[in-house]
Design a binder for this molecule. Structure first.
Ligand code: SAM
Ligand code: SF4
Length: 473
């Protein structure tokens, strides 16, 4: 049932054809010859269709699954190199008019400690995050009339205003409720990066069971259509996601791919990122986690998504343990959060122990940013805080430039290295500093000589020896 009378996107449709998806999931064999053809298509960096995704999901033979993993690893290396982009969430407000059965912020949870940060409190949180070394945030809001587009835009401007030493936030992403066209326009004008909205579940019946009738979020189509409305007003940097555990996991993978294809076909560009959080325990929440994929299934879904949408960033948050995150980074995850605190005010007010009443769910990886940086470097990754593409307008449709051969070598790796150098000089502990210097030298040694390399070395030296920051190409 629709309770929304507001305007949807032009020719809005419910593009989740459940009968078709179920038919594909029920009647696809995971035939080895066909799986290999599909892997080859993906390795040539073409997005997969729903039929092809279903074929990969149907593979059950361990040897074939291993081929899928290997392909995902190699695609990730080719498209993203060894970079991992880092960010952190900032929870701004926990008031909520909805009653999502899985969420600690739901309105019927009497134990939730409700709070909205004042602008001064936002500044204080951001300062601490900058002092840790963060450059990219995602601002998270419950759904409430207080958190309208003007308010969100105001928070974004406040965040960008905070400077602490060499620290600044260069990209603020948003995870908040669906807006109407005007709302997305207002928030876009404040200079956000990605607007992220998770459909939670693409499965209609499960969606209805999780979002009680007559709550705003019960309107499946209003939510499914949200990022199409964003696209229509030029907010072409969008993130989709599903909360795994509410419906069969293969169905959700198909839903995510269908959503991605819909945006690509209709607006000429797919989502910038896909998230696939698994359901976690939360205050006041009793839900059955029977449908949540176990660790093995989780790895498979990441590998299949990597192959299905070669150019879409995959995000794995600190809901997952350090170990699981480490594994899925090899298969395709390109962005993680680190040093994460999800209690309201958590970056300044509480220690390491989690307080379920103050937060939305429990997290699995509560390590500091510096610990995560150190591990990434020792594992051969280049942690990156780069924000160059979106600041130079390389988003949305133009983000497909990413597909240009040599783009990573020319832009992404050098920018990752300069942001890493900033972190090392300004924030790193001694072990991370040592590991970082080794990693930068190894990257430089791998680069062919030429003006690109000379210019990069010059930028790195300016950061190391002077106050110059934010040097990117
Ligand atoms: N209120 C907005 C909304 O619902 O879209 C945005 C913020 S909500 C706080 C962010 C996301 O957290 C939700 O979209 C949902 O997927 C996820 N979430 C909620 N409860 C969760 C739980 N128990 N475990 C893991 N993730 C959860
Ligand atoms: Fe509110 Fe979002 Fe939590 Fe639902 S998931 S209860 S809308 S904060």
């Amino acid at each position: 049932m629709s309770i929304t009378t507001q305007r949807l996107s032009e020719n809005a449709v419910d593009f989740i054809d459940e009968a078709h998806i179920n038919d594909l999931l029920d009647n696809t064999q995971g035939d080895v010859v066909r799986v290999r053809e599909i892997i080859a298509k993906s390795l040539s960096k073409q997005a997969l269709s729903l039929d092809e995704t279903a074929e990969l999901l149907a593979a059950e033979d361990p040897a074939v699954i291993e081929e899928i993993y290997e392909a995902a690893r190699s695609l990730k290396r080719e498209v993203y190199g060894n970079r991992i982009v880092l960010f952190a969430p900032l929870y701004v407000g926990s008031y909520c008019i909805n009653d999502c059965r899985y969420c600690g912020f739901k309105r019927s949870n009497p134990d939730a400690i409700r709070r909205t940060l004042t602008m001064d409190e936002v500044r204080a949180q951001v300062k601490v995050m900058e002092d840790m070394g963060h450059k990219r945030l995602i601002l998270v809001f419950g759904e409430h009339p207080w958190y309208g587009p003007e308010y969100i835009a105001n928070v974004v401007r406040t965040v960008y205003d905070v400077q602490s030493g060499h620290g600044e936030i260069r990209r603020a992403n948003i995870n908040a409720a669906p807006l109407d066209h005007d709302g997305f326009k207002i928030v876009k004008e404040s200079g956000i990066g990605t607007y992220q909205i998770f459909q939670e579940t693409y499965h209609h019946k499960s969606y209805a069971a999780m979002h009680p009738p007559m709550t705003r979020k019960s309107d499946y189509l209003w939510r499914l259509d949200a990022l199409s409305r964003a696209m229509e007003v030029g907010q072409d940097d969008v993130g989709i996601g599903a909360l795994f555990g509410l419906a069969p996991w293969k169905f959700e993978v198909m839903g995510l791919v269908a959503h991605s294809l819909h945006l690509q076909n209709r607006y000429g560009c797919g989502p910038h990122t896909i998230s696939f959080p698994r359901l976690k325990p939360a205050s006041g929440v009793k839900i059955n986690t029977r449908l949540a994929p176990d660790d093995e299934m989780f790895k498979r879904l990441v590998a299949v998504l990597r192959l299905a949408v070669p150019y879409t960033g995959l995000i794995c948050t600190a809901r997952e343990s350090a170990q699981v995150r480490r594994e899925v980074m090899a298969f395709g995850v390109s962005q993680i959060d680190a040093g994460t605190r999800i209690e309201l005010g958590g970056y300044t007010e509480v220690g390491d122990s989690q307080c379920l009443e103050k937060e939305q769910f429990t997290i699995g990886d509560a390590r500091s940013l510096d610990e995560v940086m150190g591990e990434l470097l020792r594992d051969g990754y280049i942690p990156s805080f780069c924000t160059a593409c979106y600041r130079l307008g390389r988003t949305g449709e133009h983000f497909m430039e990413f597909a240009i051969p040599g783009f990573i070598k020319r832009f992404c790796t050098p920018n990752a290295l300069t942001t890493l150098m900033e972190y090392l000089v300004d924030y790193a502990g001694p072990e991370t500093l040592a590991a970082g210097e080794i990693a930068i030298n190894a990257e430089l040694a791998r680069m062919p000589d030429g003006s690109g390399k000379t210019d990069l070395i010059e930028r790195l030296n300016r950061i190391r020896t002077q106050d110059d920051r934010d040097l990117y190409v």
